[in-house]
Design a protein around this ligand. Structure first.
Ligand SMILES: *Cc1c(COP(=O)(O)O)cnc(C)c1O
Ligand code: SF4
Length: 352
């Protein structure tokens, strides 16, 4: 990691040439990447670039952020909108799939572009970046008009890319709607761009009389750097509870050891693991996909070895916007026997 150039430490790398100049890609394997870059956005923040060891071909940070030609390969079942956002989009930027909560997609921009992103056909510099003012007004009116909406999930892209002033305005507008009780911001910023979590941002997120959560997307314990820990503590000490969301990624976190270390690290930082997502069927992501059986096996090991506090719920978003469902291993057999994490079967407690 010694020959990473100085500019890697100060600005986001946004092209194949930037990555080569920073010593993160060698020019030879970079051949063919122009076609990838034409299709999908690239961004590696300084905080992530310094973690990458370009000499290690299995580096889990590199695998998440550096483009590869594997992204051009289509796998059966992959679609541009795997979780069916479009089907439930009621006004631009607002997705309403469940009666009591909506997604409000404030921006298509992200601090980094993850190679496995489930919204990869929508995020990035290609689309309009920020939700425009009339669309935001229409979304707020939609939320205000439906008293069943208890929670608003701010997402994107990454909504913490907005300036604190904008975040405060949107928070206050939502807070003025009496039936909205919970604001949940989904973000990767505290990990990949921790310098953005300023006291001003924390103030902007907090709203009088409403519960505000941040759902942090993180996939490997190595992402939780000292700077990320400062950002996380600043949010939590500012009164904002944190949850985590992790994507199960082949070659990044698909072993029980790596996943256990991540979950324990999160709990030690006062973050409650929330979801472990099975990979969605986004285009060109086949090289990241594991089987559900492998994910369940991993969850069995976690259940047998880790604190209950450190257990995420393993979930699958059924393709096409149907629903998000838990796909945890089953501990209760159809005949009523109960399976211990080591596989041993015990009698039905009801039948004795
Ligand atoms: C994932 C998702 C939610 C949030 O689901 P939770 O289980 O509450 O985290 C809400 N709406 C849509 C459309 C979603 O995809
Ligand atoms: S931060 Fe989230 S939305 Fe942005 S590229 Fe990564 S997975 Fe996609």
């Amino acid at each position: 990691m010694t020959d990473i150039s100085a500019h890697t430490r100060t600005r986001t790398l946004k092209s194949v040439d930037d990555l080569i100049a920073a010593g993160l890609l060698s020019a030879v394997p970079a051949a063919g990447l122009d076609a990838v870059a034409d299709r999908y956005a690239i961004a590696v923040t300084p905080a992530m670039a310094v973690l990458i060891d370009p000499t290690d071909t299995s580096d889990p940070i590199a695998r998440q952020f550096l483009p590869t030609v594997a992204e051009l390969a289509a796998t059966p079942g992959e679609t541009s909108d795997p979780i069916g956002d479009a089907k439930h989009e009621k006004v631009p930027g607002l997705v309403h799939r469940y009666p009591d909560r909506v997604l409000l997609k404030l921006t298509h921009a992200c601090p980094v572009y993850c190679r496995f992103c489930f919204r990869r056909e929508m995020v990035g510099p290609g689309g309009a970046q920020m939700l425009d003012t009339p669309s935001l007004a229409a979304a707020l009116a939609y939320i205000a008009a439906d008293p069943a909406i208890f929670e608003v999930i701010l997402t994107g892209g990454d909504p913490l890319m907005l300036a604190p002033r904008r975040i405060a305005e949107i928070s206050q507008a939502l807070a003025a709607i009496p039936h909205v009780q919970v604001l949940r911001w989904h973000s990767r910023v505290p990990v990949v761009a921790p310098e953005r979590i300023t006291p001003a941002l924390v103030d902007a997120l907090r709203v009088e009389g409403k519960a505000v959560f941040v759902g942090l997307h993180t996939n490997h314990a190595r992402e939780l750097t000292p700077a990320a820990r400062v950002a996380i503590a600043r949010l939590i000490d500012g009164g904002i509870p944190l949850l985590s969301q992790t994507v199960l990624l082949a070659g990044v976190n698909d072993t029980a050891e790596v996943m256990a270390e991540l979950m324990r690290t999160l709990v030690s930082l006062r973050i409650k693991p929330y979801y472990l997502h099975h990979m969605d069927q986004a285009p060109g992501t086949g090289h990241f996909r594991t089987t559900i059986a492998a994910g369940q096996e991993l969850m069995r090991v976690l259940r047998g070895t880790l604190s209950g506090l450190a257990q995420p719920v393993y979930v699958l978003d059924i393709a096409g916007g149907v629903a998000k469902v838990p796909i945890l291993p089953n501990y209760l057999e159809p005949d009523g026997q109960v399976r211990a994490p080591d596989g041993t079967l015990y009698p039905d407690p009801e039948r004795g």
